[in-house]
Design a protein around this ligand. Structure first.
Ligand code: ADP
Ligand code: ZN
Ligand code: ZN
Length: 741
């Protein structure tokens, strides 16, 4: 690189993906490519004893260090920056808002393989499609070659072509059968689906919308090409996805791209298929089940503008868009949009800032909007689009409380509920039972002496997993064989206490021996493809009773389910976290939404010992919106978010004494820096103090003035790093925490 006049060398200021708040200076590399060197480019730099991939932030002429002390950039990895200048601004903003090191924020914006310095090359994949003959041939003619038959049918019920990635996700051993079908001229190698631009955008036609859907579509479409935030509040089954798709169509007509963010679990092949049925353009997908290479490809396709729609989870938020047109965030209330470790950003909040920087609309959708978003509607920052009714002929489910005080129960099922299940099954309809606890039972206790099986590394009981003959800690994943005899008294009989899904599954199997029961939780769906398989069986009507955890609460359609039961609603009523009521209400409404999606009316039963509890009665009599209004009024009364702003400093260490010492030192510093208007609460022990062998404490900052809070943290963060106690703990700062544990 040419030296500037005066002979001074140029200094490259870089962000390094490591927990340092400062930037690092390097001498310009010995060689650069033909084009200009610009911020955002990836560089390889020597660091410590090895080297790292870093991100160029600025080129300057002066360093506060003497040039002789500076090392030289090894090489420049990109010919041009992969992120636009607006997206670079977004990363700078996020780093300063979340008080998180810029290098780590940069790193979060790139897929793993690019973080490691791999070349930003798009791997062009082969695509396959049906030939004319393949489109019409009857799959049964391949009955003697089941693998070929299943591949053919996959293509026949899929609109358009399928890429190698899509085929691998569907079935890892697709190659031999596809090759044979190509030889038989039933399949052919084809071009990928259309890139953005003029041409065929959609395949099937849109549904005829009702008035409310149309009003929502019109309002959003009027704002295309400019920044606005819409909150689409639509009851479950109100046709939000249809609204998204019709708005997307307008964005595609403008030659622009759409980023659709979803919680991990709702990004099912069914949803993907719905999008592919509708749109003839290239659709990329990005979520945790894909390989690094597949995710890099999706990222680069959007970056290069060869793909029009990206369906992705939280980490897809930063994907660069060549022609950005719209960001949609579905199930915006979902906790999984908040990253809970490292760079703890809220994908929802950052999406809104990104929309503003890119000057495009942002659409947040939910049946149970977060209190934050409703508050933003009240403050006229977001526009409310309301879909109060189910679309088509579907009717809303009826919610009922079932008082189980003093009632006879069989492993968590009251007799009244069992009777209802029986009746529903007799009508050939499906039943869905919800219990948010995995395993057989959450506690193993000795009937002789009261000893309880505890995790040695956590303040928690070990959970019984009978199927695997294990005791497992759900907080640190530690396992041990299921013991037969009490360790303390050696004679007492060990008794399982409480209910988990495994236990309910067993009692269901004895109560309904001829019925097909499927349990859906993290344990039963660990293997790739299992969940999809079960969902398919459910939709084909082979399953009678579906039992599961919150995995069920999200997104799925079970059109033949007419009875939903929440087995233990009470356990959600007694949390000390002020977010708990909101989360419980959202969970109840979301689970209820699985009932009666088709034309059959649905019923929801909640077993409770607290039938007078205001949260439950408000929800049942008045619905989620009224519950949310009441909850917001309570938050306001108590000056809790969204009427104030919080930052939580967490610290943990092997030594029980270190975290409080560190947090006390921080608290003392904070009081010196504080200009008032800020409450500093703690340090206190975290509700689960010991976890995975570490003792955890926290210090809470709270203020009704966001700026005052951030000004304090700006001054404080560099000082915290310098504290001698900081070296003896692991600490992290969580801005706008959603989980106070
Ligand atoms: P949501 O995302 O709000 O839960 P969906 O968009 O998935 O709802 O729609 C629920 C069901 O209603 C789907 O089967 C969809 O095809 C159907 N649907 C949506 N809009 C209409 C409409 N205008 N007329 C008829 N059916 C509709
Ligand atoms: Zn005992
Ligand atoms: Zn543990």
């Amino acid at each position: 690189m040419a030296k500037p006049p005066g002979g001074n060398e140029l200094i490259f200021r870089v962000a390094i993906p490591a927990p340092f708040y400062r930037l690092f200076d390097y001498l310009a590399p010995a060689e650069t490519g033909p084009g200009p060197v610009l911020p955002g480019m990836r560089l390889e730099v020597p660091f410590g004893k090895g080297s790292k991939v870093a991100f160029l932030v600025a080129i300057t002429q002066h360093s506060e260090f003497d040039n002789s002390k500076l090392k030289r950039v090894t090489r420049i990895l990109d010919d041009e920056p992969l992120l636009s200048s607006k997206d670079l601004r977004l990363l700078h903003w996020a780093s300063s808002y979340y008080h998180h090191p810029l290098g780590e924020v940069f790193s979060a914006a790139f897929p793993v393989s690019l973080r490691q310095g791999k070349p930003a090359e798009l791997h062009v994949e082969k695509c396959y499609a049906l030939t004319e003959q393949g489109k019409t041939i009857d799959g049964n003619r391949l009955n003697r070659a089941p693998k070929q038959k299943s591949v053919l049918e996959k293509f026949q019920c899929h609109a358009g072509s399928l890429s190698e990635t899509e085929l691998s996700l569907w079935n890892e051993n697709w190659r031999p059968a596809v090759k044979t079908l190509v030889d038989k001229r039933l399949l052919e190698i084809s071009k990928p689906d259309a890139a953005p631009g003029p041409g065929l955008l959609t395949r099937d036609s849109a549904l005829q919308c009702n008035a409310q859907q149309q009003a929502a579509i019109d309002a959003a479409c009027e704002s295309l090409g400019q920044f606005a935030v819409f909150l689409l509040e639509g009851v479950t089954g109100s046709g939000k996805t249809e609204v998204y798709m019709q708005i997307i169509r307008h964005v595609l007509e403008r030659g622009q791209q759409v980023l659709v963010l979803l919680p991990e679990i709702t990004l099912t092949p069914q949803l993907e298929e719905r999008f592919r049925q509708r749109f003839a353009v290239t659709i990329a997908v990005s979520h945790s089940k894909l390989t690094d290479g597949q995710r890099q490809n999706a990222w680069l396709q959007m970056q290069q503008g060869v793909c029009s729609i990206l369906l992705g989870t939280r980490s897809a938020l930063f994907t660069p868009l060549r022609n950005p047109g719209l960001i949609i965030l579905d199930e915006e209330h979902d906790a999984s949009f908040k990253q809970q470790e490292g760079f703890r950003f809220s994908a929802r909040d950052v999406a809104v800032v990104r929309g503003k920087l890119l000057n495009i609309p942002v659409l947040l959708g939910s049946a149970t909007p977060s209190l934050e978003s409703l508050h933003n509607v009240d403050r006229r920052r977001y526009h409310l689009l309301h879909l109060p009714e189910r679309a088509g002929n579907a009717t809303a489910p009826i919610l009922q409380l079932l008082d189980i005080r003093n009632k006879r129960m069989q492993e968590g099922l009251s007799e009244a509920l069992i009777e209802d299940i029986r009746k529903t099954l007799a009508r050939n309809e499906q039943v869905l039972l919800f219990l948010n606890r995995r395993g057989y039972a959450p506690t193993l206790i000795c009937h002789g002496c009261g000893w309880v099986a505890r995790c040695r590394r956590c303040d928690a009981n070990l959970v019984i997993h009978y199927d695997e003959s294990l005791l497992r800690c759900h907080h640190c994943a530690q396992e041990q064989p299921l013991i037969q005899r009490c360790v303390a008294c050696e004679t007492g009989e060990l008794t399982p206490l409480g209910l988990g899904t495994e236990r309910v599954e067993k009692v269901l199997a004895t109560l309904f021996p001829d019925r097909m029961i499927v349990r859906l939780d993290r344990d039963s769906t660990q293997r790739k493809g299992t969940l999809e398989n079960y969902l398919q069986q459910i939709n084909q009507g082979c399953v009678d009773i579906i039992l599961g955890t919150q995995m069920l609460a999200k997104g799925h359609h079970f059109p033949n389910v007419t009875l939903v039961a929440i087995l233990d609603v009470d356990s959600g009523l007694f949390s000390i976290d002020f977010h708990a009521a909101e989360k419980l209400a959202q969970m109840i409404v979301q689970v209820s939404g699985r009932a009666g999606r088709a034309e059959k009316p649905g019923k929801v039963i909640m077993q409770t010992r607290k039938p007078e509890h205001p949260l439950l009665t408000t929800l049942i009599r008045q619905g989620y919106s009224d519950f949310a209004r009441t909850a917001l009024a309570e938050r306001k009364e108590a000056s809790l978010p969204p009427f104030s702003y919080q930052a939580l400093l967490r610290a943990q260490a092997l030594d029980n004494k270190m975290p409080p010492l560190f947090l006390e030192a921080v608290g003392k510093l904070a009081r010196q820096y504080s200009q008032g208007h800020i409450q500093i609460l703690g340090p206190v022990a975290a509700p689960m103090t010991k976890r995975a062998g570490l003792y955890r404490y926290q210090l809470l900052f709270q203020s009704t003035r966001r700026q005052a809070l951030h000004a304090l943290l700006d001054g404080l963060m560099p000082e915290i790093e310098k504290l001698k106690q900081a070296k003896k703990v692991r600490w992290s700062l969580d801005i706008d925490p959603v989980d106070l544990y």
